[in-house]
Design a protein around this ligand. Structure first.
Ligand SMILES: NC(=O)c1ccc[n+]([C@@H]2O[C@H](COP(=O)([O-])OP(=O)(O)OC[C@H]3O[C@@H](n4cnc5c(N)ncnc54)[C@H](O)[C@@H]3O)[C@@H](O)[C@H]2O)c1
Length: 371
């Protein structure tokens, strides 16, 4: 199969969908990999490195789309890219179609085979192609929170670790899933005093076993959240209700009990945020203040560390890329139920129930399409 990897053209998106190791693995299985010139530059991967791994460098964005059987990307295709897609071409990337009717329509009329990273789902409900970005965001939440606790950044002027003779900071994490666990690991490693709140007692049991002694767990309810945030220097919002909006666990009225200059990183902002006063922010203007509390609500946190995020993402996507390339998409989807859940649009038909429902479009069951 010929696999095409274009440069990402979305604003401030620096990741790339393949590394030189991925190119090498595809080449070893007999595939051809086309990469747009300079596509890996922001990740420190040169064209020369890609060529040494066996890729062919293509001078233009258009050339990659024209020459490939499968396009592998990071972000959804933008309008000019949709115009380049060909009938029968496989598109494997993050798509988030439920919130984008225009893109859904474009992919339907282009008659591509659109497989979305975010709906690939294992039998146990885990989303293997979302987990790596949650790992990055969770760790980053502490790094960013520590920065905005600094006085020149507007924070209360406190070092997370403390020093001998001075107490460390109090970090409160709402939600002990992938983001919350990774945030807790970072904060605890730095020596902060960490409290994780979750509604799932089994999860709290696991965290209690797995974490260091400077991490304590609490059942998430309004009373306990109030107790925890009144002494908090840094709060991380990391809750998720699958398929739903994040619950508002910290209301505006609750900000009054918090310390002035404390920081809240609402990682769950991409699902509406779990803090009532949150609203989405971007890299160019990541924070704002409400009632003396700094809010950090960047919706695409992993984008600021593209080198780490590229490798984290491609570690997870490469096995699926290889499967599709080796077997062809119908056989790959028949053999891998998790991958099959990733198919969103094929031959003008929507095969993801959530997307069909969101846009009031007919839903086609996958087994009628690939059997
Ligand atoms: N901003 C970004 O760049 C970015 C990046 C990655 C992930 N995210 C978002 O971060 C959020 C968390 O993702 P995740 O991968 O950790 O999800 P996850 O499913 O692994 O964990 C969510 C946790 O929240 C807990 N929870 C649910 N309701 C709760 C409540 N009322 N109180 C406390 N805990 C509660 C669940 O029990 C679960 O343990 C999601 O909204 C995800 O989309 C954002």
């Amino acid at each position: 199969m010929i696999i095409g990897v274009p440069r990402e053209i979305k604003d401030q998106e620096y990741r790339i969908a393949i590394t030189s190791g991925g190119v090498d693995a595809l080449r070893n299985n007999g595939h051809t990999v086309l990469i747009e010139r300079n596509a890996g530059r922001e990740n420190g991967i040169t064209d020369e490195e890609f060529v040494n791994a066996g890729a062919e460098i293509v001078a233009s964005h258009e050339g990659v789309f024209a020459g490939a059987d499968m396009i592998v990307k990071v972000k959804e295709p933008l309008k000019p890219e949709c115009d380049l897609l060909k009938e029968g071409q496989i598109l494997f990337t993050y798509l988030h179609l439920a919130s984008d009717k225009a893109l859904t329509r474009s992919l339907m009329s282009a008659k591509v085979i659109a497989i979305a990273y975010e709906t690939v789902e294992a039998d146990d409900g885990k989303l293997p192609l979302l987990i790596p970005m949650s790992e990055v965001a969770g760790r980053l939440a502490i790094q960013e929170g520590a920065k905005y606790l600094e006085k020149p950044q507007g924070g209360e002027g406190i070092l997370l670790s403390g020093v001998p003779g001075v107490a460390p900071a109090e970090v409160v994490i709402l939600g002990g899933g992938v983001v919350g666990t990774n945030a807790a690991k970072m904060a605890s490693g730095l020596g902060a005093q960490v409290t994780i709140l979750d509604v799932n007692l089994d999860r709290l049991r696991y965290l209690d076993d797995a974490m260091e002694a400077n991490v304590i767990t609490m059942k998430s309810n309004e009373y306990n959240i109030r107790q925890a945030i009144k002494d908090a220097d840094l709060v991380v919002g990391a809750v998720l209700i699958t398929g739903g909006k994040a619950p508002k666990l910290i209301t505006r009225e609750m900000l009054r009990i918090m310390k002035p200059g404390s920081v809240m990183v609402d990682v769950a902002i991409d699902q509406g945020g779990c803090i009532e006063t949150s609203h989405p922010t971007s890299w160019s203007n990541p924070i704002f203040e409400v009632d003396g509390v700094i809010h950090y609500c960047v919706t695409n946190m992993p984008g600021c560390v593209p080198r780490t995020s590229t490798y984290a993402l491609t570690n997870a996507t490469l096995p699926y890329i290889l499967e599709i390339a080796d077997l062809g998409y119908p056989q790959a989807l028949r053999e891998d139920r998790a991958l099959a859940k990733g198919l969103n649009v094929v031959n003008g038909k929507v095969t993801c129930e959530g997307v069909a429902k969101a846009h009031n479009l007919p839903y086609y069951r996958l087994k009628n399409i690939i059997s």
